[in-house]
Ligand binder design. Structure first.
Ligand code: PLP
Length: 493
């Protein structure tokens, strides 16, 4: 591999530690596979769908990551979302350093937890009460338990292609790594548990209504990514989130908006703020590119203005600023059912960890209007650069967007009609992505290693990064054009 991005003199990423035989990603991957299943601690990192050894990272700063061999890449993974400000933002690192100096973990309350919970509520006032946990998986798992505790019902509705973490009941037809691995779900989930989850096609209001008509009295909650980004980016059809709200409320079920990925990323109030308050929407039939996003803060009149209001929300990624922290929030009467006040149990040795809380608080504090405007503008530009390069090579594709989140879908069917659900996402010419990805990597740009993932832009992505992406895009587009389907698969229509 050649052509690393030249290091910027003002922002050197940390160098790889010295070792007797120089580390290479391939060698480290071999060593890892001997002790870690698949060599990775989260499946999509293994590059299974794009081929080659995963790049082992030595450090990251701003919009760039550096691998163990000293190559630097423009990073569009952003730690899968948390790096909204860019990697290792000095103020975030300093906040963590100061917190670490006071002690790593106490297992007792700290004032900073209240501050972070207040910061969440200030931005997303639907979250009248907030509980901090350590991962998005815990947040959604707890939200489901809470919904069951609140309603006395067992069934949960989820949508195919939406990913809500890896708890047993939520792995059916999940997106993200489950989609990348081509799995229907996971082994090891008891049939009795899986039977409590009803999976519906995304963006299908009739399926939702029909399901509630048939089984509404047994359904505790509908959980959805308000703007799915784990089957690639699939914008909600105009009004779909409002329909989830109406239908679930009409049958006494709760609506859980899983904003683990979108929360504090597409705007201060997440996708809820962008769509329900700011009115952002896109119809795939009209081209689907969506208007430029200009997210705003909720304001005092949010309840009158909101097109839909969920009962519970889950957060992760940005709210922890790159540290293991996530949260759930929502209606006070429902949240107060959590132990120790209520009967729904939830706990965590490291919940509200002081280092993670410090990183999250610093990140939310720095994520001002300018940050969101920059991320939205850069995301739009990057999508346009990549789209133009694919057009130039005649590769049928579409850049799908939900605010500042975007991804590319391949194939004539996807290009013409847009991808609106999991079936469409799986029917695209996904085999074009591997060569496209590898050509970008070769040229010093790291995309998320799966066609089913969103591309993550940060406020640190500057002109130099855009130039590097523009320089790399033609060869990536040529690689996508030259790709051929694996034997036994055909074009998407
Ligand atoms: N929910 C959504 C929408 C996600 O995108 C993810 C992770 O990508 C999760 C939940 C699970 O979060 P975690 O990986 O922190 O457990």
């Amino acid at each position: 591999m050649t052509s690393p991005v030249p290091a910027r003199p003002d922002s050197p990423a940390p160098a790889a530690p010295a070792s007797p035989s120089p580390a290479t990603s391939a060698r480290l991957f071999d060593a890892a596979r001997a002790v870690i299943p698949g060599g990775v601690d989260s499946p999509v990192r293994a590059f299974g769908s794009v081929g080659g050894a995963p790049v082992f990272i030595a450090g990251a700063r701003g919009a760039r990551v550096r691998d163990v061999e000293g190559r630097e890449y423009v990073d569009l993974v952003g730690s899968w979302g948390p790096a909204l400000l860019g990697h290792a933002h000095p103020a975030v690192v300093e906040a963590v350093r100061r917190a670490a100096g006071r002690g790593l973990s106490f297992g007792a309350p700290t004032a900073a937890e209240t501050e972070l919970a207040e910061a969440v509520r200030e931005r997303v006032p639907v979250a009248e009460r907030v509980r901090l946990v350590s991962t998005g998986t815990e947040a959604t798992m707890t939200a489901i338990r809470l919904a069951r505790g609140a309603t006395g019902r067992d069934l949960v509705v989820k949508f195919a292609g939406c990913y809500h973490g890896h708890s047993d009941g939520l792995l059916a037809a999940a997106g993200s790594g489950v989609a990348t691995g081509g799995l229907p779900g996971s082994a090891g989930v008891p049939a009795a548990v899986a039977a409590q989850t009803i999976v519906l096609p995304y963006n299908d209001a009739d399926a939702l209504t029909g399901c509630f008509e048939a089984r509404g009295r047994d359904i505790a909650a509908v959980i959805a990514e308000p703007a799915p980004a784990n089957m690639g980016v699939v914008p909600p059809a105009p009004g779909f989130n409002a329909t989830i709200r109406e239908v679930s409320a009409a049958h006494g079920a709760l609506m859980i908006a899983d904003e683990v990925l979108t929360g504090f990323r597409v705007g201060p109030a997440g996708f809820w703020g962008l769509e329900a308050l700011d009115g952002w929407s896109t119809a795939l039939d009209d081209g689907g590119a969506g208007p430029a996003a200009s997210p705003s803060w909720p304001g005092a009149d949010w309840r009158e203005r909101a097109a839909w209001v969920p009962d519970l929300l889950t957060f992760g990624k940005v709210v922890g600023g790159g540290m293991p922290l996530a949260a759930l929030g929502g209606r006070a009467d429902v949240m107060e059912l959590l132990a120790p006040v209520g009967p729904v149990y939830q706990a965590g040795t490291l919940s509200g960890n002081p280092l993670a809380t410090a990183a999250g608080l610093a990140t939310l504090t720095l994520a001002d209007d300018a940050v969101y405007a920059t991320v939205a503008a850069r995301a739009r530009q990057i999508g346009e650069i990549v789209g133009a390069a694919l057009d130039a090579e005649g590769v049928a594709h579409r850049v799908q967007r939900s605010g500042s989140l975007f991804s590319v879908v391949f194939g004539p069917g996807a290009a013409e009609r847009g991808v609106r659900d999991y079936e469409g996402a799986r029917a695209q010419e996904a085999w074009r992505f591997g060569p496209f990805f590898r050509a970008f990597l070769e040229a010093g740009v790291a995309l998320p290693p799966s066609v089913f993932e969103a591309w993550f832009v940060s406020a640190a992505h500057d002109d130099a990064e855009l130039e590097r992406i523009a320089a790399a895009a033609p060869s990536a587009a040529r690689a996508a054009a030259a790709a051929r389907p694996p034997r036994g698969t055909g074009p998407d229509d």
